[in-house]
Design a protein around this ligand. Structure first.
Ligand SMILES: NC(=O)C1=CN([C@@H]2O[C@H](COP(=O)(O)OP(=O)(O)OC[C@H]3O[C@@H](n4cnc5c(N)ncnc54)[C@H](OP(=O)(O)O)[C@@H]3O)[C@@H](O)[C@H]2O)C=CC1
Ligand SMILES: CC(C)CCC[C@@H](C)[C@H]1CC[C@H]2C3=CC=C4C[C@@H](O)CC[C@]4(C)[C@H]3CC[C@]12C
Length: 457
């Protein structure tokens, strides 16, 4: 039919051909080039971060100078060669923590929460015990520090062996993603699964939306109970190491307080996280699972890692000022997430910033044709721009980075990554919502025309 329509018109035929070529190029770029690039670069990048912070005092310049003296192979050897992958200590730490987190996940009480309905019409159910998991873990870590001290030992041994632990995590997580890939193809936990027909993309993106193993939800484990908790544990351990090396260093304390406050807020709101694109859209593959198992512990905690060998003294004024700005940013981010949840749980019958909310009752359809309705909030923080909450998220990351000062670029790696990630995410989320809500999303975009920065972008 198409070719009939276009055969007589050379121009039209060429256009179709061009569209086909463009599509193939785009598919190659998105489904092969980007995944391969990320899967080759990110494991090396996390090792480089650790190597730069611990062996080159956090200077990318020194690190680059050192590794460019040798051939690429020798540089890779220098990067990976010093670490003892799967050492007994690293294996005990990694598996020991996994067993701990799984036991807490199973036995800590929590009420059942229902996740958002999936495109295939499934409604995953979770146990909401993330906050208690976090409190129990951090309290136990603190008690362990006190007990170990009586034997002249310290949890900061994790910092001393972090190269081995990171190398081990890198390898084990990549193997775990192979397991997830195969499981999704041959033994999926729900109908939200399938293959794209491209093995590279399937490994990178995943083959299942909500995999469960022995009753454990994999994404809740990797994203929340592993990635986010290990981030907090590392911030604590790096602060402890800094204290052992230099005594009280205010920049380390300010940065650690802000990161721990943010992570505590995350666990307080964990049930809300289950309605974000990480859980609703992203499958359990390299991107999310390897990302949360390796990338988060490495990059997200990197400011504290940097500060261990680069103590900065801020003084009371800057410490208080940065702390206050950071806490304000956390509150704005939290209340933006809260407003969205509140208006939905109250079915629009609530006050937002003291007024009746401006809402859109948006209809959408599941894959089986069932019609559903949801609420889009167009006032409060969600009336300023469509992703206003990303601004305090980025500012907060900047506030916990500023204590590291401007001597080196390395501590700014996370905030730069986050700005790119969130800008890209705002496009992904708009595409997802536009596809889901069609004209209702267009209506929202007309009411709230700016994507992230009001009046600018
Ligand atoms: N540090 C980090 O690496 C990152 C942190 N974050 C943080 O995580 C939190 C969650 O962010 P994110 O995952 O991006 O998700 P959002 O909180 O932006 O949620 C996106 C979803 O919310 C719904 N939604 C969108 N607009 C509206 C609206 N106006 N009213 C009601 N519902 C709406 C849509 O889902 P539906 O289908 O339900 O309508 C949309 O897919 C934020 O605090 C963010 O800052 C996010 C990414 C990375
Ligand atoms: C190529 C990959 C290595 C990139 C991996 C990226 C992922 C690790 C991150 C992508 C989205 C991130 C997150 C989203 C939302 C979150 C809620 C927030 O309150 C806390 C952080 C986080 C869980 C965050 C964690 C890392 C990502 C999953």
């Amino acid at each position: 039919m198409l070719s009939n329509g276009f055969h007589g018109y050379k121009e039209g035929y060429e256009t179709l051909e061009k569209i086909g070529v463009t599509q193939r190029n785009r598919d190659f770029f998105n489904k092969i080039f980007v995944p391969v690039f990320l899967m080759v670069s990110t494991p090396n990048f996390v090792m480089l971060l650790w190597y730069t912070a611990t062996k080159h005092k956090g200077s990318y310049g020194n690190m680059v100078h050192s590794i460019t003296q040798a051939s690429t192979l020798d540089s890779l050897k220098e990067l990976w060669g010093d670490v003892n992958i799967c050492s007994n200590f690293a294996l005990s730490v990694v598996f020991g923590y996994c067993i701990w987190a799984l036991l807490l996940m199973k036995f800590l009480p929590g009420k059942q929460v229902r996740g958002p309905i999936t495109p295939k019409g499934n409604t995953p159910v979770y146990k909401d015990n993330g906050f208690s998991h976090y409190v129990v873990t951090m309290t136990t870590l603190f008690l362990l520090t006190v007990i170990l001290k009586t034997y002249d030992l310290s949890p900061s041994v994790v910092y001393d062996n972090f190269g081995d632990i990171l190398g081990t995590l890198n390898v084990l997580s990549a193997i775990f993603c192979i397991f997830l890939y195969i499981k999704g193809l041959y033994s999926p936990s729900s109908t939200d699964c399938g293959s794209s027909g491209n093995i590279i993309f399937d490994y990178y993106w995943g083959t299942e939306l909500y995999p469960r193993v022995l009753g454990f939800d994999i994404k809740v484990f990797t994203n929340c109970r592993f990635g986010m908790t290990i981030w907090a544990v590392l911030v604590y351990i790096y602060a402890l190491k800094s204290y052992e090396l230099h005594g009280f260093v205010d920049s380390m304390v300010v940065s650690a307080i802000l990161q721990l406050a943010y992570i505590s807020k995350f666990f307080w709101w964990e049930a809300g996280y289950l309605s974000t694109i990480d859980i609703m859209v992203d499958r359990a593959g390299y991107y999310i699972c390897w990302g949360c198992l390796v990338y988060v512990p490495s990059l997200y905690a990197s400011v504290s890692l940097y500060l261990v060998n680069n103590p900065v003294y801020l003084g009371w004024f800057w410490s208080t000022f940065i702390l206050a700005c950071g806490l304000l940013a956390i509150s704005v981010n939290y209340f933006a997430d809260w407003q969205k949840q509140r208006v939905r749980s109250a079915d629009g019958d609530c006050l937002i910033w003291g007024k009746k909310p401006n809402i859109i009752r948006a209809k959408y359809m599941l894959e089986d044709g069932q019609e559903k309705e949801s609420i889009l909030l167009a006032s409060g923080w969600w009336g300023l721009s469509r992703h206003f909450h990303y601004i305090p998220e980025i500012l907060l990351a900047l506030f916990w980075t500023l204590p590291a000062g401007f001597e080196n670029f390395m501590p700014f790696s996370y905030v730069i990554f986050l700005t790119i990630l969130l800008t890209h995410r705002s496009y992904r989320d708009d595409d997802k919502c536009s596809l889901k809500y069609g004209p209702f999303w267009t209506d929202y975009c007309e009411r709230v025309p700016h994507r992230i920065v009001p009046y600018l972008f």
